[in-house]
Design a binder for this molecule. Structure first.
Ligand SMILES: [Zn+2]
Length: 680
């Protein structure tokens, strides 16, 4: 190739129109080779270790790798092709080998440790200290600091756990795949058109006529929410709630029981090798919650407050189901069905009624207007930037003084070759490399329904909240003032606190004053009527108590399972679950139900002893937003405070310290209850 590889040229933004799949492997290989050579040179250098000669070079190498890899992984997500997919997975393997090699590099660990032990360490800026401390922590958690034979045993445990996690997830997927139930049209009474079409599609995919109920989540949800046929609901519930277990229609075929035992035993052993009392203690090493007692107190306190509300909601539902649905003995497979009927009766709220008030172009203008009022920053579209699809827009982020300090690519419509869902990703990190400061650049990706002929794209209110949520992650990245990528923006932020800015931004989607800026009927221009807004508010908190006790059950089960593990007794998963349910649940599922066997969040995802984080982060965001409820949604002092104390500092200091600086006190659970409409 005579033209230079666009992934390796030092351009301010990725060269999207020039990047081809053929560029990927050469660029990744060259960058990784250079990375290795420079680490070797760094370790061969005998000069005393300092931040400048040990940490800065690593940040520079990481930053270069990000410049090469971020556009590639982004294109893989938003403009996939077979050729790209092939080189992507090869490159990804090389990157993960490289990361594993770095994580196990004892020389590098010793070098970073020497920086921490250097007398000048305490004179480093806060962000520099955090960078070193995080690096040491991660080395320790990877087992590299252990001596033999513990070191080898730890590696063996890690490898086995990775395999077990994959097997656990595959068993859940295979179990879901193995079960289906063909139905005729009479069985579908109650299902809306879209849900019927979905089941028809499943049948077609399976090469058959008619309709097929499967264990894919949308199918199960459709049946449990809408099917008038109670036997069909029970049948779908039973198959779904016993998948990959020793119960139900496929009992024993994909059973995860033994894996649950092994996973918990190995996690416990690994945690002990690293010097933790148990896997829950280990999990908290990267989280904001200071101790297991703190997590348990948080969850138990919420149980006390949410359970009476859930009991009242269930009593009302029972009464309604008996009187109006002829269901005097409400069963678990009736809950969603009866709740949907009750919701319709109480609020009569449909997405179709709301969508005309949320044309996408107006929502964007509104979101930017809110951002300007609250944080003083402005987003301005810039033409002529290279993008990967004509629908993509690029915005400069202008600070109060009019200076461009960041940029964002925004790609909002669903299309072929684009992964589903919504996310914010890092394109470039903010980095002061000693010579200059690189600006942070973000990708903001959603999958909204594209505009139809003659009308703008109309969003559901959920879509609006999704956009605000991802934009909140974006602000965290874009408004960082930290110089080192490893602890700037969302990097290095504790796991249970990283959703604070995103969930915080969602609140604006529920503020009357904020909605007044943009929620207007796309044809008539009429503002969102007060009466409709009141129904939205009321429906928002429908069955909040039942939702909360469900989350608390999962959170307590997960945390106690890891905290109380005793090698002499084994996992005791089902006994523990029964114990948690006696405290938390208002409607106890049948004894054959096997929730743990498909709880992939904790057995195959990253949520082990961390499921509580969902509620924890919600508390933080609700309590942070409370200051705006007190001072006014657009209060600039509060906005500047949030920006300075939380958004600007990223992972450069503990999240609790940032929160306390912003709020003037520690988080209080009352805020979470208020946001659920459960305030006493
Ligand atoms: Zn998020």
């Amino acid at each position: 190739m005579t033209t230079p590889n666009p992934l390796l040229t030092d351009s301010p933004l990725p060269r999207f129109s020039a990047i081809e799949p053929a560029h990927v492997l050469p660029a990744v290989d060259a960058t990784l080779a250079d990375y290795r050579a420079r680490i070797d040179a760094l370790l061969a250098d005998a000069t005393p270790r300092t931040f400048a000669n040990t940490m800065l070079p690593q940040e520079t190498l990481e930053n270069r790798l990000e410049q090469v890899w971020s556009p590639v992984s982004h294109l893989h997500a938003v403009r996939d092709s077979e050729t790209l997919r092939a080189v992507f997975s090869q490159a990804e393997q090389r990157l993960s080998d490289h990361a594993a090699e770095l994580g196990q590099n004892r020389g590098l660990y010793a070098a970073v440790k020497a920086v921490a032990d250097n007398v000048d360490f305490s004179n480093l800026p806060r962000a520099g200290q955090a960078l070193v401390e995080h690096a040491l922590r991660d080395f320790r958690l990877s087992g590299v600091a252990l001596e033999e034979p513990a070191r080898s045993r730890f590696r063996e445990i890690s490898t086995t756990l990775t395999r077990l996690a994959t097997e656990f997830e595959e068993a859940v997927l295979d179990a879901a795949e193995a079960w289906s139930e063909p139905v005729d049209e009479t069985a579908l009474a109650g299902l809306p058109e879209a849900e019927r079409a979905l089941l028809r599609q499943y049948a077609q995919d399976a090469g058959r006529d008619g309709w097929l109920v499967t264990l894919k989540q949308p199918s199960v949800q459709a049946i449990l929410t809408y099917a008038d046929n109670r036997g069909l609901r029970e049948c779908a519930y039973t198959a779904y709630q016993t998948r990959a277990s020793d119960q139900g229609p496929d009992a024993g075929r994909f059973d995860n029981s033994a894996r649950i035992e092994q996973i918990l035993a190995l996690r416990h052993e690994g945690a002990r090798l690293l010097g933790f009392a148990n896997a829950a203690e280990e999990s908290l090493a990267t989280k904001m919650a200071a101790s297991p007692q703190r997590v348990l107190a948080f969850l138990h306190d919420l149980v006390q407050r949410a359970r009476p509300v859930a009991e009242r909601e269930l009593a009302e539902l029972r009464e309604f189901a008996a009187a109006e649905l002829s269901l005097p003995d409400l069963q678990p497979w009736d809950i969603a069905y009866a709740a949907e009927k009750l919701r319709l009766k109480k609020f009569d709220l449909s997405e179709e009624e709301l969508k005309p008030y949320f044309p996408l172009p107006a929502v964007i203008v509104g979101l930017f207007a809110i951002t300007e009022r609250v944080f003083g920053v402005r987003l301005q579209m810039r033409d002529g930037v290279e993008v990967w699809h004509p629908d993509v827009r690029y915005y400069d982020v202008l600070d109060v003084d009019g200076q461009v300090r960041a940029g964002a690519f925004v790609d909002l419509y669903a299309r072929a070759g684009k992964r589903g869902g919504a996310w914010m990703d890092v394109c470039r990190s903010r980095f002061s490399d000693g010579a200059r400061t690189h600006s942070p650049i973000a990708y903001l990706t959603c999958n909204f329904a594209p505009p139809l002929e003659g009308q703008p794209a109309l969003l559901t209110h959920d879509d609006v909240l999704t956009l605000f949520h991802e934009f909140g992650h974006g602000l965290h990245h874009l408004l960082t003032e930290v110089d080192f990528p490893g602890v700037a923006g969302i990097s290095g932020v504790e796991w249970d606190a990283v959703e604070l800015p995103s969930q915080f931004m969602e609140n604006f989607g529920w503020q009357r004053e904020a909605l007044a800026l943009f929620a207007r009927h796309w044809q008539t221009g009429a503002p969102l009527p007060d009466e409709l807004f009141a129904r939205m508010q009321a429906a928002r908190h429908f069955h909040a108590g039942l939702f909360l006790v469900r989350q608390l059950e999962l959170g307590l089960f997960d945390f106690r399972l890891h905290l109380e593990y005793d090698p002499a007794l084994g996992a005791r998963a089902l006994e523990l679950l029964a114990e948690v349910r006696r405290e938390v649940a208002v409607l106890t599922p049948p004894a054959w139900q096997r929730m743990p066997h498909s709880f992939t969040h904790i057995f195959a995802g990253g949520y082990a002893a961390g499921y509580y984080s969902y509620l924890w982060a919600e508390l933080l965001s609700a309590d942070a937003f409370g200051r705006f409820e007190e001072a006014g949604a657009f209060n600039r002092a509060a906005g500047d405070g949030f920006r300075r104390s939380i958004l600007a500092v990223g992972g450069s200091r503990p999240a609790l310290e940032s929160f306390v600086e912003f709020r003037g006190r520690e988080p209080q659970p009352a805020a979470l209850l208020r946001s659920y409409g459960l305030a006493a």
